[in-house]
Design a protein around this ligand. Structure first.
Ligand code: TUI
Length: 318
């Protein structure tokens, strides 16, 4: 399945794995890369030593191209960027901000740069300053999100830029993949479904929670902090959203109180499977994920379903 993205990145299938903090380690990312997709190491709020460990392991385990994601809200982002350039990483994705200040150095190092954008304006700016492709992410996605839906944002970005586009947020099977291609994307990014893979080290209770989730089981926390995050509804989100409501009604909201509730919550979800006080980041498509599979089988399912659905719909043009 050749697209502008498979050509650019030298991968077999136009499927990119989401750079999920705490989840996207070398085990998951190497499984995706070795199965023909693009595995991506997530670095979240990692200190540079942790990034180094993940990258070293990834280089051992991955026999095909892979990327590393830079989460721009990471307090150690400068050190992480320095390290990734020095380590000879060939593909870098960025998230949760504007990577402009690093672009010149990335390009000089010959790195393919793929920023995540949540607006047309940022997509155009990224193309102008030399991005090789972009990931267009809608608010159906899990984790930190923008305001627009994938369905509306994607075609508007497609109309404005000429670099390859990876669509993210809401793609849980091959039907979704076909729809993304119809809207002009060259690949999709998949997060939630890869959490529920054999190679994912997410806690079994996290995987089970996604499998049990229904269509309406995600909520968005943190609107007031300026960093909205989509997660599975659980006791933590009930507490957080109540606190957020109380603080919103105050003249001077106490953001620190909210930060305190959220602190360490992603780790508690992924590593400890703590349903009471963990932050189980997942996309709105969680309701579609029904079983745990290998990364290889997940990718094959997407590709086979996508091809099948395009074939079936040939009838509309016959
Ligand atoms: O980055 C993500 N998803 C994430 S990062 C993350 S770690 C975290 N944990 C708690 C709070 C905040 C982060 C968990 N999930 N996705 C990529 C993404 N980037 N989604 C949206 C954006 C984005 C939003 C605004 C990119 C750029 C932007 O504007 C930048 C600007 O300055 O214009």
């Amino acid at each position: 399945m050749k697209t502008a993205i498979t050509e650019l990145l030298n991968i077999e299938y136009p499927i990119v794995q989401g750079a999920m903090a705490w989840v996207a380690d070398a085990d998951l990312a190497s499984a995706v890369s070795n199965a023909g997709g693009l595995g991506v190491i997530g670095t979240g709020h990692d200190p540079v030593e942790v990034v180094e460990k993940k990258v070293t392991l990834m280089k051992e385990k991955a026999s095909k191209p892979f990327a590393v994601n830079v989460m721009l809200l990471n307090p150690q982002v400068d050190a992480v960027v320095d390290y990734l350039i020095e380590a000879g990483i060939k593909i870098i994705t960025t998230g949760a901000g504007n990577p402009a200040k690093y672009m010149k150095r990335f390009k000089e190092a010959g790195i393919a740069v793929i920023p995540v954008v949540a607006s047309v304006a940022l997509a155009k700016r990224m193309e102008r300053i030399g991005a090789d492709a972009i990931i267009v992410e809608g608010m159906e996605a899990g984790g930190h999100i923008g305001k627009s839906t994938t369905m509306t944002l994607l075609p508007q970005v497609v109309d404005e830029i000429n670099i390859p586009i990876i669509a993210a947020g809401g793609f849980g099977d091959g039907r979704g993949m076909a729809a993304a291609l119809m809207l002009g994307a060259d690949a999709i990014q998949v997060g939630t479904r890869f959490v529920v893979s054999h190679e994912s080290n997410a806690h079994p209770r996290f995987k089970q929670a996604i499998i049990e989730a229904k269509d309406i089981d995600t909520v968005v926390t943190g609107q007031i902090t300026g960093h909205p995050v989509r997660v599975l509804r659980n006791p933590l989100t009930t507490q957080y959203l109540q606190a957020e409501k109380e603080e919103t009604s105050k003249e001077t909201p106490d953001i620190l109180r909210l930060d305190e509730i959220a602190k360490g919550a992603l780790r508690r979800a992924v590593v400890e499977g703590d349903w009471q006080s963990g932050s189980f980041m997942a996309g709105q498509i969680a309701g579609l994920v029904s079983k745990e599979q290998s990364c290889h089988d997940i990718i094959q399912d997407y590709i086979n379903e996508c091809k099948e659905i395009i074939k079936i719909n040939q009838k509309f043009v016959d």
